[in-house]
Design a binder for this molecule. Structure first.
Ligand code: 2E7
Ligand code: F3S
Length: 334
């Protein structure tokens, strides 16, 4: 008979879906495959996705991360653009310098770029709902002619908005926004500008929507809600906000085990866990293992959706095989 544990008891609620989305998986694959095909170094403009474990792992394989194309030398090696997208000037500069570039922009970001450009083509000024300074926002604004886009971050910004022609406006949003906050901002825009044109499909992506839904479903009654993700990961930060608003006592963004606030957890506590779209599952596994060392854990799954999205890499990399260890890394499990 199994011996009764003398460890305190704890319920761990695991959200599903969590962690890597199809765009992140594709972006990491592109860097790994480029390293296989072209050898090291492969330059990557900006963190391929906002996660230190991923970036360090790729650096160990031979990737060199730079912030600007100007930092890439003319040594014949390829440069990859991050999943967040780039202004049009970046591929233009790469072409002018005859650099070999691979664009790992998420296809769902490229779709938002196209919808923003379509607004402009139809004579509309674009309202972009998003967070100032985020690389995705810089990339989306950089698709459009100067003066044709205005960034709106809040309902207050809507109050201050005075477009030249209120009859000719269209909006798009960043893909990783809070679904609930965005409903409020878009409603304020529509109330003030009844002629405002929506994009032909939702800009907030499936992964953002699904992760926020699962967090909402798991938050009530949680003493602590851990979101695995990096401080510069927009979608992960939104999950912490969602968790706290949906009833978790404390929400915490953690990059790993070291940041878990053990002191606030006693016998009988409930902890919920999710992970941002850029956080590998290996980090979640390590956190669960750390809980098991300290507590007698009862694991619960809170699943609100099933995801089957898969974004293939560009044709030029499709013949390069991904084997064992590399495959595990790409899937966030190695
Ligand atoms: C690209 C896009 O790398 P992330 O943490 O990025 P965010 O935008 O959330 O800071 O997550 C994956 C990802 C999400 N959105 C990549 Cl546009
Ligand atoms: Fe793409 Fe959404 Fe992931 S925009 S990179 S699928 S979080």
């Amino acid at each position: 008979m199994a011996e009764a544990s003398d460890k305190p008891k704890l319920t761990l609620r695991l959200c599903e879906p969590r962690g890597f989305c199809a765009g992140v998986d594709r972006a990491i694959q592109i860097v790994v495959l480029a390293l296989k095909k072209y050898g090291a170094p492969v330059y990557v403009r900006h963190e391929i996705v906002h996660n230190r474990y991923v970036v360090d792992g790729l650096r160990d394989m031979g990737a060199i991360f730079v912030e600007e194309l100007g930092d890439v030398p003319d040594d014949g090696q390829p440069v990859v653009f991050s999943a967040h997208g780039v202004p049009k000037s970046v591929p233009a500069e790469a072409q002018a310098r005859d650099l070999l570039y691979l664009d790992a922009t998420c296809p769902l970001v490229s779709k938002v770029h196209k919808q923003a450009m379509l607004h402009v083509k139809r004579g509309r000024h674009v309202v972009l709902v998003g967070h100032r300074g985020h690389p995705e926002v810089i990339g989306t604004m950089g698709q459009l002619p100067p003066g044709s886009v205005t960034l709106v971050e809040s309902e207050d910004d809507v109050v201050r908005l005075t477009p030249a022609d209120p009859e000719a406006l269209g909006f798009v949003t960043q893909t990783t926004l809070s679904v609930d906050d965005t409903v409020g901002i878009v409603a304020a825009l529509q109330a003030k500008f009844p002629a405002l044109q929506a994009p032909s499909s939702e800009s907030i992506c499936y992964a953002t929507t699904n992760r926020q839904e699962a967090v909402k479903a798991a938050a009530s009654g949680a003493d602590l809600f851990l979101i695995v993700g990096a401080p510069n990961s927009s979608n992960s930060r939104r999950l912490v906000e969602v968790a706290e608003r949906a009833g978790a006592l404390v929400g915490r963004l953690v990059e790993g085990v070291a940041e878990i606030p053990w002191a606030i957890l006693g016998d009988g506590a409930t902890v919920a866990i999710s992970a941002g779209a850029s956080a590998p599952e290996i980090l979640v596994d390590a956190i669960i293992a750390a809980f098991r060392e300290r507590f007698e854990v009862r694991l619960e799954l809170v699943q609100t959706a099933e995801e089957n999205e898969n974004f293939p890499v560009m044709r030029s990399l499709r013949d390069t095989p991904l084997l064992g260890e590399d495959m595990a890394f790409v899937n966030g499990r190695g």
